[in-house]
Design a binder for this molecule. Structure first.
Ligand SMILES: Nc1ncnc2c1ncn2[C@@H]1O[C@H](COP(=O)(O)OP(=O)(O)OP(=O)(O)O)[C@@H](O)[C@H]1O
Ligand SMILES: [Mg+2]
Length: 475
């Protein structure tokens, strides 16, 4: 059992921060793991992480410490996940991609192109002939929908769970590279075309702000020809959209809606981490993975079935101290997550069976779920639940009682909250109708009284009452 690796990276001051507060910074380095940060009231907080990368750090330093061990694990069939987290404009995308994914400057290259280099370089010259393939999928979570960045027509990819593969993106495009025939330039070209499809917007904090969470999924398969065995390792890179205080970023209209959705899914991520690190080890508490697409997608990484590393990106400026503090607190909490990733070895026989029945998996599992539930529920309830499962895009492992229970619990919770919402809407509609009804009654009474008056007086009074009733409700 090991912990999630958590590192912090402070980017250099931006030109805006320099303009506002000169060269002032709110952090004081103690060593390569510990620093003190001062908040707006000049109160100091000490933090320690696995490693701190200060403003002068290089992209290569981050890769070598945080990412390279996980790339090596992937080659040894241990799943890995690397997440960049932090305030908008804090340097997540810069760390992940570099200034440009096709950047040829060796010093500026980000994590992503270095991972491609690392995975493509894994081919060993051994006596046992092995076929190597790397599969790449790329999706973004935009406004709570998972979109395929290699095929924009697939704009609602479902997240499913498989016993052997963990969390999978059902139907997402997979670009396959056969090594050593394919080269890294090919993969970088695909990544560049996917990145061009990502939702980007301009805010006051960042000229090119990511408005979505971006997930890069690499699967490395090593098929030993003599042993008829496939070793498979999955490496997921996640460039999160940044948390933001909308009053600071000046978000309006669509950008504001995006910001609200981003903040909501990041708080769901915080809740999952709290649930994972607060509960007593003896009693497994419910982890709300299904509260957002992001947490569902990161279930393996957070749930301990993957080697996970988190890069918390921060601004060193006093003007962003409170956001940096909240990022650091998130990182400190995440540090307590325990992981114990398993080596994934898939036999040839199992592998072909799995590929063969991929389309039938959903129906089969649904049938099993319904069969289990039929002992407790009547036909109508079962139909309703089936409908809810489909609408919620839920997929559970039919053999796991725990997964089944948690899916039912989630569906029930979702249903209760949507019913409460519907009741609330209904109540406000009834209130509005009652108000309109009273107003109509008032107008009718006035009209009747006016009718009793002779000729011109009646017309005049009716006009006056009509005019007043537009200001005074219930008249
Ligand atoms: N370590 C760094 N060195 C030099 N420039 C950096 C560094 N980190 C970030 N920057 C610059 O800061 C700006 C914002 O960075 P970036 O786009 O990576 O932020 P972000 O965290 O991805 O924000 P968002 O959540 O809005 O997408 C960019 O212009 C980027 O080039
Ligand atoms: Mg970004």
């Amino acid at each position: 059992m090991s912990n999630v690796t958590v590192c912090v990276r402070f980017r250099p001051l931006s030109s805006k921060e320099k303009r506002d507060l000169g060269d002032n910074i709110c952090i004081q380095s103690m060593d390569s793991e510990t620093f003190i940060i001062k908040d707006e009231k000049e109160e100091g907080f000490t933090f320690s992480f696995d490693k701190v990368f200060y403003e002068e750090s290089n992209q290569a330093d981050v890769y070598e410490f945080l990412v390279l061990p996980i790339v090596r694990d992937t080659v040894n069939s241990i799943n890995g996940t690397i997440i960049t987290y932090g305030q908008t404009g804090a340097g997540k995308t810069y760390s992940m991609e570099g200034p440009n994914i096709l950047e040829s400057d060796e010093k500026k290259k980000g994590i992503l192109p270095r991972v491609v280099d690392g995975l493509f370089a894994c081919i060993k010259t051994s006596a046992d002939p092995t076929k190597y393939t790397v599969k790449l999928s790329m999706v973004e979570i935009y406004m709570e929908k998972v979109r395929d960045l290699f095929d924009l027509s697939k704009d609602n990819i479902q997240i499913k769970e498989s016993k052997t593969q963990g969390i999978v993106l059902s139907g997402a495009t997979e670009v396959i590279y056969f090594l050593p025939l394919s080269d890294t330039a090919e993969a970088l070209q695909s990544l560049s075309s996917g990145i061009a499809n990502r939702a980007i917007g301009e805010t006051q904090m960042n000229m090119a702000s990511s408005r979505s969470h971006c997930v890069y999924m690499f699967t490395l398969n090593q098929e030993s020809i003599s042993e008829k065995r496939v070793k498979s390792g999955k490496l997921i890179l996640v460039d999160l959209a940044g948390s933001e205080k909308v009053e600071k970023t000046g978000a309006e209209g669509r950008v504001l809606e995006e910001a609200k959705t981003i903040n909501k899914s990041l708080s769901a991520l915080g809740n999952v981490i709290n649930a994972l690190t607060c509960g007593s080890p003896a009693k497994a508490n419910h982890i709300p993975y299904r509260d957002s697409k992001l947490t569902r997608m990161l279930q393996d990484a957070l749930g301990g079935n993957s080697r996970t590393a988190l890069l918390c990106c921060c601004s060193p400026s006093p003007s962003n101290a409170s956001e940096s503090l909240s990022t650091l607190r998130f990182g400190a909490r995440a540090k307590h997550i325990k992981t114990s990733p398993l080596v994934i070895k898939v036999s040839e026989e199992k592998c072909s069976k799995k590929n063969g029945d991929a389309s039938g998996t959903r129906d089969e599992s649904f049938e099993k779920i319904l069969e289990k539930m039929s002992e407790r529920l009547n036909d109508e309830d079962i139909k309703l639940l089936e409908e809810l499962f489909i609408q919620a895009g839920l997929f559970v492992d039919p053999d796991s009682e725990e997964d089944l229970e948690s899916a039912i619990q989630d569906v029930v919770q979702q249903t209760i909250s949507s019913l409460m919402k519907a009741v609330e809407e209904l109540r406000s509609t009834v209130e509005m109708l009652q108000r309109e009804n009273n107003a109509m009654k008032g107008r009718l009474a006035v009209a009747e009284r006016c009718d009793a008056l002779p000729g011109k007086n009646a017309d005049f009074l009716q006009k006056i009452f009509g005019f007043l009733s537009s200001f005074i409700p219930g008249m």
